[in-house]
Design a protein around this ligand. Structure first.
Ligand code: S3P
Length: 424
């Protein structure tokens, strides 16, 4: 594929529908597959990651019928043994959530993914699933995909998560649906709560304890059960809305409304950080639209406890920091090293080659504001790096050439169309 060229200038004006939330899309597809009967989903994410989840469910015998570009009908119920290994492509959410569900089913499966997935840590789900009684064999490298999950019974456990990860929590909650007894996951830093919210919506037994007095620890307990068929309208993805929010903030003369964005627990951290930096960003409490107008930014400190609530937005917040006055300090970004790329490194190398002044210190990232120049960058196969560089290119002094642009299809195939629609 040809590199994408972004010429600087202009502003962003108008309304946009953010694509359906990716995290919710994976989860509603899996729940509909387990429900006994027909479910209907509106507004799914159209990215490759969610397509991989749909393909895997089809291999497991689930019938998915697209009524039109917005509506999908799913006939769930009994899942069958697939004839081939299941391939998740680049999708960490697919492999981790799906492993929990598959560990509970009465047949064996092999899961694999692309080169990037094969490098990402899977011991964080393998270890607790084995404690629940699953038999998992890594076929090439310990703690990495590809791995086989063999059939066997699961028992509920109480598990304190070692890293704050909604994928690990979600994996164990899906496994808990097939276990004997209760499964409890304890978090020290709260992560996104889509699995809890959706389990409750489809009639599953979920108990959530409020944070303890220290304000840090909360737990979720799942009982075994089967979802009821449901109808769900997927809200707009805040992680994609963040690109337009930062773009409209840093491009003078911009005014953008991003329609119906999900900003539930641990997904709205970027709004708080941008507000602290001086952005003109508000959310309509009735429509959930995010309204953003351009403004001057100043640097801020982003604490480690805030990171799970904005984990996917760090690359685009780095662009905001590069355009701010003064220093922005992100603390505790170790988890970024094991995303689609080593994002701590690729933020610094790619946005850095567009003129951002940044330094990594341990797991912290310190950015000095001062503007961007544009240049030649590479996505490293990472959709969020590619889209962050595109937004950075709009405010740069020269053009930006982005290779590896195809990575954007992972989550936002319509990104350039939306950019062209907003650009004035
Ligand atoms: C996700 C959780 C986060 C996030 C990912 C989606 C989810 O990953 O980065 O894009 O849907 O649960 P971690 O759980 O690894 O933090």
């Amino acid at each position: 594929m040809k590199p994408e060229i972004i010429e600087p200038g202009g502003c962003l004006v108008g309304q946009i529908n953010a694509p359906g939330d990716k995290s919710i899309s994976h989860r509603v597809l899996m729940l509909a597959s387990l429900a006994d009967g027909e479910s209907t989903i509106h507004g799914l994410s159209r990215g490759q990651d969610v397509k991989h989840t749909m393909e895997i469910l089809t291999s497991l015998g689930v019938q998915l019928e697209e009524k039109d570009s917005d509506v999908l009908r799913i006939q769930g119920g009994e899942l069958k043994e697939p004839s081939e290994k299941l391939f998740v492509g680049n999708s960490g959410t697919s492999i981790r959530l799906m492993s929990g569900m598959l560990a509970g089913l009465p047949f064996s499966v092999t899961l694999d993914g692309d080169e990037s997935i094969r490098k990402r840590p899977m011991e964080r789900i393998i270890e607790p699933l084995e404690r629940m009684g699953a038999t998992i064999s890594c076929l090439e490298t310990a703690g990495r995909a590809p791995f086989r999950i063999d059939a066997g019974g699961l028992k509920g456990i109480e598990y304190q998560m070692e890293v704050p990860s909604a994928q690990v929590k979600g994996c164990l909650m899906f496994a808990g649906l097939f276990a004997t007894g209760d499964t409890t996951v304890i978090e020290t830093t709260p992560t996104r709560t889509h699995t809890e919210e959706l389990f409750q919506e489809v009639g599953l037994d979920v108990f959530i304890t409020a944070p303890t007095a220290d304000g840090f620890s909360e737990s979720v307990t799942v009982k075994p059960g089967q979802p009821k068929p449901f109808i769900h309208k997927v809200k707009g993805d805040p992680s994609q809305a963040a690109f337009w929010a930062v773009g409209a903030t840093i491009l003078k003369g911009s005014e953008v409304a991003i329609k119906n964005v999900y900003t539930g627990h641990a997904r709205d951290g970027f709004i708080g950080v941008l507000s602290r930096m001086g952005a003109d960003i508000t959310q309509d409490p009735v429509t959930n639209d995010l309204n953003v107008a351009s403004s001057e930014l100043v640097g801020t400190v982003v604490e480690e406890t805030e990171i799970p609530g904005l984990i996917d937005e760090v690359p685009i917040l780095a662009v905001a920091a590069a355009c701010a006055d003064g220093e922005t300090h992100f603390k505790g970004l170790g988890e970024l090293r094991v995303k689609e790329s080593n994002r701590l490194e690729t933020i610094v190398s790619e946005i850095g080659s567009m003129g951002m002044k940044a330094e990594i210190s341990g797991d912290d990232l310190v950015i000095q504001g001062g503007g961007l120049t544009g240049g030649k960058v590479d996505s490293h196969g990472d959709h969020r790096i590619a889209m962050s560089c595109a937004i950075a290119g709009l405010v740069s002094s020269n053009a930006t050439e982005i290779s590896g642009w195809e990575a954007v299809a992972t989550s936002y195939p319509g990104f350039i169309d939306d950019l062209n629609a907003l650009r004035k």
